[in-house]
Design a binder for this molecule. Structure first.
Ligand code: GCU
Length: 337
């Protein structure tokens, strides 16, 4: 009987200690002032997702746990177009999105994703990190979105399930998935294909069932979404470098103090530097991996690459007539390098 009582008393004491130590009122636990959502449509191990986690970690650390950001990867909160809509009403706080769907809301951004605009990654980064990039970050007036920092997404190329693409004519008649972006649709049309706009997570099954013949994306996406399994011909035409942005809803932004806004911006920038490092490693790894999985890589001859550029050049007149000076400045920055 005595033994039973002491076991019982021990249990009560243990429970009381546990409640004090780990319970809601614990000294160690900081009750956050804000718990904010972050949408990401890539997989957990993808560079942009890892960048998002780094961002959340930094914000938590720098605000002493007052602001906590919950990263939702794998597109669980919706595709990019619907995430942008939700953010415009404050339904989602943060996201990392590709510039293509975002340009439908802020059309000026098309300038930064024009086909064959940059001579390479370094040229693009010199533009984004310089005054031109800063001006673009400040051109979100009226969109209900605030831009925080640029993320890398390499260069996009075409791939398909039908045959190797060696020249622009090979795309003729093909049904090619594009992002939900008018510019990307027109680009495929100039190459003689039929553009099929579709959300990213639908592409695998559309390739598998033959609803589309091909798509276009960078190495890590082609690898991560396993598109190489259903579209093995990848042509390194690198028609566009489409950077990505970390964004915050204006509704969320305006709730925060200027000091917290400054901290968040700095954390976003730091996470972007981290993402860029991860990006270049992942890009090489993905390229190697898909080659071992049966992807057939086609390199364009310099002559055919020029023919691709010429075929899509009318897009500059269609989408950038108002921004000729910016385009000129970007091209000039490339020549200086
Ligand atoms: C890239 C980008 C995604 C985008 C996708 C697409 O993978 O990182 O954010 O959704 O392209 O082609 O839709």
């Amino acid at each position: 009987m005595r033994k039973k009582l002491s076991v019982f008393l021990f249990g009560v004491v243990f429970l009381a200690t546990a409640c004090r130590g780990f319970g809601a009122g614990s000294d160690h636990e900081i009750v956050p002032e804000y718990v904010l959502t972050y949408a990401e449509n890539q997989a957990e191990d993808y560079p942009t997702t890892l960048g998002a986690y780094r961002f959340a970690e930094l914000v938590k650390e720098k605000t002493g746990g007052r602001i906590q950001i919950q990263v939702n990867a794998d597109g669980v909160l919706g595709d990019e177009t619907s995430i942008l809509e939700q953010m415009q009403f404050g339904g989602v706080d943060f996201a990392r999105v590709s510039l293509s769907p975002l340009s439908e809301i802020v059309p000026k951004l098309n300038v930064l994703q024009m086909p064959y605009l940059y001579t390479g990654a370094e040229h693009m980064w010199s533009v984004l990190e310089g005054n031109i990039g800063k001006d673009f970050l400040n051109s979100f007036e009226g969109s209900n979105l605030v831009a925080l920092s640029w993320y890398d997404a390499g260069a996009r190329s075409f791939y398909n399930s039908v045959k190797p693409i060696r020249k622009p004519e090979d795309i003729r008649g093909m049904r090619i998935r594009v992002q939900e972006s008018e510019l990307m649709g027109r680009m495929v049309e100039f190459l003689g294909g039929t553009a099929v706009p579709m959300a990213y997570d639908q592409v695998y099954s559309a390739l598998q069932t033959g609803r589309i013949d091909g798509a276009e994306n960078n190495w890590p996406s082609y690898d991560s979404m396993a598109h190489y399994e259903v579209a093995k011909y990848y042509t390194v035409d690198e028609h566009a470098r489409v950077p990505e942005l970390q964004l915050v809803s204006k509704f969320t932004w305006e709730k925060l103090t200027p000091e917290d806004q400054k901290t968040i911006r700095q954390c976003a920038e730091e996470s972007a530097r981290y993402e860029r490092r991860l990006w270049s490693e992942r890009s090489k790894k993905s390229e190697e991996r898909v080659k071992t999985k049966g992807c057939e890589v086609v390199e364009l001859t310099p002559e055919e690459k020029i023919r691709f550029q010429e075929a899509v050049s009318p897009l500059y007149g269609e989408f950038c007539a108002e921004y000729v000076d910016v385009i000129d400045a970007i091209v000039a920055a490339g020549r200086e390098r």
